[in-house]
Design a protein around this ligand. Structure first.
Ligand SMILES: C[C@H](O)[C@@H](O)[C@@H](O)[C@H](O)C(=O)O
Length: 432
């Protein structure tokens, strides 16, 4: 009977100078980092489960400490039984009567649980010899709802309604898988849009995005309105009228300011405005959404859990759900969020600007297409072109589309050399 015998954590940081990224209005020096974990078993098959939380710089210390606090939950467990009941394991971790005091269901502890849950899914998918998207899509509707905790959701989504959504998507799954394999899943790119880039680089990267086949780009805004207006003008001219341009304020504004700023940028035909204000402010987003309609409001990369998504949907405060692979409590909670979005008929365009987020989140979007919404209409996964080389299964983005990974696992595994080279020692961390 194989057991989980080790949970190893690593403080992995890529200095800004090593990325191709620039800054956004709230994160001028993004030292992209990962609080990373490896689950080791004594099964003798050499397979490990890998998971991580995307953080920035100093924040990684805190996140790594939270991961370490979960070691006792994992080590010693029987592998088969644990992986066969990931719904039960999720509930046990999320509702732990002592750790939930640090949330509940939000912040570093919740994200640490997410990393453990994702690592367990990575291990389960590797043992099944399947990429995660296909493993999830092969589960029956009953097995899928068994992964979801409907506590606090049932006023908006019941287990029966979720089953109905999943059953409705059953016919045509095989045909959709064929399409996914042949055509890939649509992507948009944030690569041109960072605030740190000069006008010449912005224009060049916009033109390159069009050549590479993207039909939507995203620009960071919110630093200075004069700059934003000039940069949007440059971008619009470079991409032409046929390519959509979304803007992302990374939580920069208060509600009234957001409305004024978006009004000023409206002539550029915005595909959406993202994170206009605090990610916790459901009613503020609803006010912004009403005022700037028909410009869609997008958010979710900092939404703490499924309950927050439920409220955003109930309040009609967003029209694009931007779930993130490592913000909430892992695959299970993201399945709940996909089901909520399907219930409310709102499109999902996952967030992926960070380390390894593209690699991880594509599995959820592809699963959604096969087994939940059954649609890629107006849906896109974010793409940012950096740090993919550190992952064992880097994303395959061509002609503006993600081509599905076929390697077993959840896409979360970093190369051992990258872990070793970029893991910080406590001395390096203290030196800053
Ligand atoms: C610091 C990060 O790159 C963020 O700017 C990024 O996640 C961003 O919000 C995005 O939407 O990609």
């Amino acid at each position: 009977m194989a057991r989980l015998i080790g949970m190893h954590t690593h403080d992995v940081r890529f200095p800004t100078s090593r990325t191709l990224d620039g800054s956004d209005a709230m994160n001028p020096d993004p030292d992209y980092s990962a609080a990373y974990l490896r689950l080791v078993t004594d099964a003798g098959d050499g397979l490990e489960g890998h998971g991580f939380v995307f953080t920035i710089g100093r924040g990684n210390d805190v996140q790594v400490a939270a991961l370490r606090a979960l070691e006792g939950f994992v080590v010693g467990r029987e592998v088969e039984a644990t992986l066969a009941d990931l719904g039960g394991v999720w509930r046990e971790l999320v509702h732990d009567s002592q750790l939930r005091w640090l949330g509940p269901e939000k912040g570093v502890m919740h994200m640490a649980v997410g990393a453990v849950v994702n690592a367990l899914w990575d291990l389960r998918a590797k043992r099944a010899g399947q990429p995660l998207w296909r493993l999830l899509a092969s589960l029956s509707p009953e097995e899928i709802v068994g992964l979801v905790d409907f506590r606090y959701l049932s006023d908006a989504l019941t287990r029966e309604e979720a089953l109905e959504i999943l059953r409705r998507a059953e016919p045509g799954r095989a045909e959709r898988e064929g399409r996914l394999l042949a055509e890939g899943y649509p992507a948009y790119t944030t690569t041109p849009g960072w605030l740190g880039y000069d006008d010449e680089k912005l224009a060049r990267l916009c033109r390159e995005a069009v050549v590479e086949g993207f039909s939507q780009i995203k620009l960071k805004v919110g630093g200075d309105l004069v700059d934003d207006t000039r940069r949007l003008g440059i971008a619009r001219e470079a991409v032409g009228p046929g390519v959509r341009i979304a803007v992302d304020a990374n939580q920069r504004w208060d509600v009234a300011e957001a409305i004024r700023w978006i009004e000023a940028l409206r002539p550029f035909d915005l595909a959406w405005v993202e994170e206009p204000t605090s990610p916790d402010d459901v009613l503020g987003h609803a006010a912004i959404a009403r005022a700037v309609a028909p410009v869609p409001v997008a958010t979710g990369e900092h939404a703490a859990n499924r309950v927050v998504f439920k409220q955003f949907l109930q309040a009609e405060a967003l029209s694009v759900v931007q779930l993130d692979a490592t913000r909430v409590a892992g695959v299970n909670e993201n399945v709940a969020i996909l089901l909520l979005a399907a219930k409310f008929g709102v499109r999902v365009c996952p967030h992926a600007g960070g380390v390894g987020l593209c690699e991880a989140v594509q599995h959820l979007a592809m699963f959604d297409f096969l087994a939940v919404s059954g649609s890629v209409e107006e849906r896109m996964i974010e793409f940012v072109d950096h740090l993919h080389e550190h992952f064992v299964t880097p994303v395959d983005v061509r002609h503006g589309r993600y081509h599905p990974p076929l390697a077993p696992g959840a896409g979360t595994e970093m190369h051992p050399q990258s872990i070793e080279e970029y893991t910080q020692t406590p001395d390096q961390c203290a030196a800053g």
